[in-house]
Ligand binder design. Sequence first.
Ligand SMILES: CC(C)(COP(=O)(O)OP(=O)(O)OC[C@H]1O[C@@H](n2cnc3c(N)ncnc32)[C@H](O)[C@@H]1OP(=O)(O)O)[C@@H](O)C(=O)NCCC(=O)NCCS
Length: 181
Amino acid sequence: MSSAENQPAARTVASTQSEMTEIILPNDTNTLGNLLGGRLMHFIDLTGAMAAYRHTRTHVVTAAMDHIDFIQPVHVGDLLILKSNVNRAFTSSLEVGVKVWVEHPQNGTLLHVASAYLVFVAIDTEGRPVKIPALLPETPNEIRRYNDALRRREHREAEAARRKQEKREQAERLKAEAARA
Ligand SMILES: CC(C)(COP(=O)(O)OP(=O)(O)OC[C@H]1O[C@@H](n2cnc3c(N)ncnc32)[C@H](O)[C@@H]1OP(=O)(O)O)[C@@H](O)C(=O)NCCC(=O)NCCS
């Protein structure tokens, strides 16, 4: 696997931190004026990609987005604040955490809206995965997230293997049924 050119061996979490603020407009909302879930996922993907890009300094694609709970509705006119950073870098992939808040424009109160973990993969111009710098966690929180990210990766891999096995068994069942018919 090739590496992205002129890369340091490692980067800090702080160097990946990214933030985006959006004002929610009618085009982002449903018929009741609430932010659409898909639109929120789009903002999460973009903010996550910024942290991944700052870490890898090369092209990245979203490989996975974990389960998201929408805790709090967001209304037209609200300010949406999204913050992201890399939790852990592996060989060509990295986990990014994104946290989202809504700021009430009149009184400035902040409420937690959603959190998500995304996996991005660094690729070259041919779409081949490339090696990325390691991540150096520095603070106790960064170290906790770094350790948790490995557990989540193992869980994703186990889940992917389970789905693959399920598909294989289903294909075998269909083949056996077709042979009996
Ligand atoms: C992501 C992608 C580049 C992986 O390519 P691949 O040939 O399967 O690569 P590999 O199997 O060698 O895996 C490369 C890395 O990606 C990770 N990866 C691949 N698929 C993954 C998935 N579904 N979830 C999490 N990680 C994944 C692997 O764990 C590996 O990580 P590592 O190098 O850090 O160990 C390829 O599947 C792709 O281009 N997917 C489409 C991406 C896209 O279009 N995203 C936008 C979605 S709308």
